[in-house]
Design a binder for this molecule. Structure first.
Ligand SMILES: [Mn+2]
Length: 357
């Protein structure tokens, strides 16, 4: 049996960090994820599609987004299960209740775990719904799948953690005690690959498109195969663009830029030594045409030989001694401001050009 497991699409995410035009483009690309997912399900001949929650980012969902999701899922020649999560929790006015959904799509609407038998696959899919933005109980508490020869699968949105969480804290013990053949989980935006709670395999696929620099690298879905006793989960990238964070030596900045424009959203962290702070505005303008979006961070340090001048019997020496003393005691958060202060101070002392932007 082959499963397609995807979660956390977060359709209609606002993409607030982008310009209005870029945000609209990203929302449109995100809206295309269900069609890509459906294509993959058809190509891979998936027997079942499990979507454990956060398909929508929030309450405000464009009608065209709901239509795009429903149409794409209807194009999958296999049963599809949705377990609404904390971002797209089930309620009477939610798209899960108001929209028309294709016949092959089953949406769990109860907070209590419910089993849906699929006799053709000799399988039962157990799932439940968030019915509010939070739930603090373990949706699996006390659950144990009957040993009836059928394949019992879980489709759940929640955090695998100790009790006390706000997002359906599923305890590793209750997962291990569930007797499931596979637990398709949603909520964590990083792909975990296949993990085990006792004898129960579980995974989070992560989100299929990154939406910020906290969601970097290739994003996608899991293709899970269940054969007699064997479970395998294969990550399949589905994203159109990636968020990437890369270090670039200031001295080779131009050479580090890609020749062909990159579709990605990239944060370049400038490294190396520089007496003056890099002109971020100019460098950003230079890099901008090479990426869908680029932002720069200055992580350069002052040249070592400049610090050697702290031995000088001069005002500059006195100033550098004081600043290096402060830098030694500083934590990571304070260092950038102190380095900038050192640069400003040196420029002022040496009569250099005013380096303020
Ligand atoms: Mn989520």
């Amino acid at each position: 049996m082959k499963l397609l497991h995807a979660a956390d699409l977060h359709l209609d995410s606002p993409f607030r960090q982008l310009t209005a035009a870029q945000a609209a483009q990203r929302r449109s690309e995100l809206r295309d994820v269900p069609a890509r997912l459906a294509r993959l399900a058809r190509e891979e001949k998936a027997d079942l599609v499990l979507l454990p929650g956060d398909l929508f980012d929030g309450e405000r969902v464009y009608p065209e987004t709901v239509r795009a999701l429903a149409d794409a899922l209807g194009d999958i020649p296999a049963p599809v299960f949705i377990s609404p999560g904390n971002h797209d929790f089930y309620h009477a006015a939610s798209p899960y209740d108001t929209a028309l959904w294709p016949e092959n799509v089953h949406i769990f609407t109860s907070a209590a775990l419910t089993g849906v038998p699929l006799p053709a696959l000799n399988c039962v899919v157990h799932g439940c719904a968030f019915t509010a933005p939070r739930r603090e109980d373990d949706p699996l508490a006390g659950f144990s799948a009957p040993r009836d020869g059928r394949i019992h699968l879980l489709c759940l949105h929640g955090e695998l953690s100790a009790p006390g969480g706000f997002y359906a804290p599923i305890s590793p013990q209750s997962l291990a005690g569930s007797g499931a053949r596979y637990a398709a989980l949603g909520h964590i935006h990083v792909c975990t690959g296949l993990q085990w709670a006792g004898a129960v395999p579980w995974a989070y696929p992560g989100c299929p498109e990154g939406r910020g620099f906290d969601e970097t690298g290739p994003k996608g879905v899991l293709l899970v195969t269940l054969d007699s006793g064997e479970v395998q989960a294969r990550f399949h990238p589905l994203c159109q663009r990636q968020y990437r964070i890369e270090a670039v030596e200031l001295s080779s900045f131009e050479a580090a830029l890609p020749r062909e424009p990159s579709p990605d959203l990239v944060r370049l962290c400038l490294t190396g030594e520089s007496a003056a702070p890099p002109n971020l505005a100019a460098l950003t303008a230079q890099a901008a045409p090479r990426f869908f979006r680029v932002e720069l961070r200055d992580e350069t340090t002052l040249p070592q030989d400049l610090w050697a001048r702290r031995e000088e019997d001069s005002l500059t020496g006195l100033f550098l001694r004081e600043m290096s003393r402060r830098l030694e005691g500083a934590d990571e958060g304070e260092r950038p401001a102190l380095l900038l202060a050192t640069r400003f101070g040196l420029a002022a002392l040496e009569g250099g050009e005013d380096i303020r932007p």
